[in-house]
Ligand binder design. Structure first.
Ligand code: AMP
Length: 548
């Protein structure tokens, strides 16, 4: 039984597995390519096309084609095609189903147990939505793993052992992350992470589209080309091709024709770098922030700076990182590293799941070390046979530990005591970003706002912006609870609030009013799909015939 790692990308996805020789290998898709566009075309009420043909259909049937759905993961939105309602989870599930179908075809082994990658910066809701997408696709999602961790796992295979600190700069099709990771022996620890999940290769494409359009309009000012969907779709595809080409050549031409008007545009790499320079600088600003956070956490230097994600093939990326930070970067399998590392992580998770006495690890938080050594040789042999790997590999994999961090801050809404009118409300953060999971920050003390208060509302908020801010507008409310039935209390009566978060990001909040001893426990339910909705979506998705 093989286990698979799936890199469910914003623009492209990739599936990998561990081959007979123990090395990660990519399962090519039905058209023989390593990566598949994460694009879905609802061709008919019963048939869905995923991948390159879907991407090419965007210009003919833009209303029936969905791209970049990963940017919507974790949001409560609905889309309708041929009268059937879909969510970001069910659309992602269609991509996953097709990837699984193609991988089964390629390896001859059914795809069931999988690990799916997520950007390190994904919050709790997005991770949960990703798990649900896998379940809707009928897959057994062993875990989700942050993309830079997967990249580091792959990288660990190809570098000599020893303790190393790695900075991962991951510029994919639609998201950007920077993450600092420490690899030491069997432990992989995320030190800190930051990112922008609305910044990726597609933004570079958009700048080229704008440039092409402006050039066309400069020659034909009266043209209505800018309102023509088909033409814009064509330009989007051409723009991506030009961008990729400009990674290896220094100039590229594009011919445009619309309603009898023509224009020929030449784009040099230099000009391309000018019109997209601001985007690259934004990634470098985030990188700088990450480096500063790492420094605060005691990381002063990096052994390696890894470039991950197809868009890091743009020569300007390595060049500007070198100029601004003096880092020499490594580019190794940027489009495939994440899937290959995820395949390795899937095997680790699978070993932990199948070894007796082992709890199904949802986190990669291995308690497996001691249990693996405690596992009987017969059990180890059985798992080795089951997974098609050596007993030695089973023991080694069972020792691996991966520790991640909470990517965002969490806190509660409070009244700002500095405001004389006691009107201004703000978020008091209790769990800072980049705390290692499981996390149990110190209990914080707050006070009641008014005299004779008999109830206290505890509202939990999650950081929504790029950096920690106490402004409500920069945070999102994610849950609430009420402590009530208290005797009238004097103003400023103490309330202690304790946050804990487990390895999978489940947040538990305990609030206690100290005078009465009344308390409140909240376990945060992520506002994702219910079990029933997952089941319903699974049936809806299973009804389609899929093709590539
Ligand atoms: P990923 O999600 O890691 O597969 O990254 C996909 C992004 O990388 C897309 O925006 C691609 O257009 C971009 N990409 C792939 N190959 C290249 C290349 N040779 N030069 C520039 N960008 C590329």
């Amino acid at each position: 039984m093989a286990t698979y790692g799936i890199d469910l990308g914003t623009t492209y996805s990739c599936v990998a597995y561990i081959d007979d020789t123990g090395r990660p290998a990519v399962a090519k898709n039905m058209v023989g390519e390593d990566t598949t566009p994460s694009v879905v075309y609802f061709e008919t009420p019963d048939n869905v096309v995923v991948g390159r043909d879907a991407k090419n259909s965007a210009k003919l049937e833009p209303d029936l084609v969905v791209s970049l759905i990963k940017r919507q993961m974790g949001q409560d939105i609905e889309l309708s095609f041929h009268g059937t309602t879909h969510t970001p989870e069910s659309i992602s599930a269609l991509i996953l189903s097709e990837l699984a179908r193609a991988a089964t075809e390629f390896t001859g082994e059914p795809v069931r147990e999988v690990v799916i990658t997520v950007p390190a910066y994904f919050g709790v809701a997005e991770r949960e939505a990703t798990r649900n997408a896998g379940r809707i696709a009928g897959l057994d999602v062993l875990n989700v793993v942050p993309e830079p961790v997967a990249a580091a796992l792959h990288y660990e295979v190809v570098t000599p052992a020893g303790e190393r600190t790695i900075l991962v700069y991951d510029l994919g099709g639609g998201t950007f992350d920077t993450t600092v990771i420490k690899v030491a022996g069997n432990e992989i620890n995320v030190v800190c992470t930051d990112g922008d999940h609305h910044l990726g290769g597609v933004d570079w494409d958009e700048r080229i589209v704008r440039h092409l359009l402006d050039s066309f309009l400069a020659e034909h000012p009266d043209s209505e080309v800018a309102d023509n969907e088909d033409f814009l779709q064509e330009l989007t595809i051409a723009a991506e091709e030009m961008k990729k080409a400009l990674s290896s050549t220094t100039s590229r031409r594009h011919n445009m024709r619309f309603g009898g008007d023509t224009a020929r545009v030449e784009l040099t790499r230099e000009r391309f770098e000018q019109i997209t320079g601001e985007l690259l600088e934004r990634t470098l600003d985030i990188t700088e922030r990450t480096v500063a956070t790492a420094r605060d956490k005691g990381v002063a230097s990096f052994d390696d700076v890894l470039l991950v994600g197809g868009a890091t093939r743009m020569p300007a990326v390595a060049a500007r990182i070198a100029e601004r930070f003096g880092f020499e970067t490594k580019l190794h399998d940027p489009d495939l590293a994440v899937a290959k590392g995820a395949a390795r992580f899937a095997l680790i998770e699978s070993v932990k799941l199948h070894l007796p006495g082992e709890e199904a690890s949802q986190s990669g938080q291995a308690t497996a070390g001691k249990q693996a050594t405690a596992a009987s040789p017969a059990a180890v042999q059985r798992v080795a046979d089951q997974l098609g790997i050596t007993t030695e590999a089973v023991r080694e994999l069972a020792k691996k530990k991966v520790r991640t961090v909470v990517p965002r801050a969490f806190g509660i809404k409070v009244v700002d005591s500095a405001d004389p009118d006691l009107r201004r409300q703000k978020v008091a953060h209790i769990l800072p970003p980049n705390t290692a999971l499981p996390a149990s920050p110190d209990t914080e003390r707050f006070g009641t706002v008014e005299d004779n208060q008999t109830e206290i509302e505890i509202e939990i908020w999650e950081q929504a912006g790029a950096t920690v801010s106490e402004e409500l507008a920069d945070n999102a409310a994610i849950g609430r609870g009420l402590i009530n039935g208290m005797p009238p209390l004097p103003r400023n009566s103490p309330i202690d609030v304790t946050f804990t978060m487990n390895e999978t990001g489940v947040l538990r909040v305990h609030a206690v009013e100290l005078k009465s001893g009344k308390d409140l426990h909240i376990e945060l339910q992520i506002q994702g799909l219910t079990e029933e909705q997952v089941e319903k979506a699974r049936n809806a998705v299973a009804r389609y015939t899929l093709s590539e």
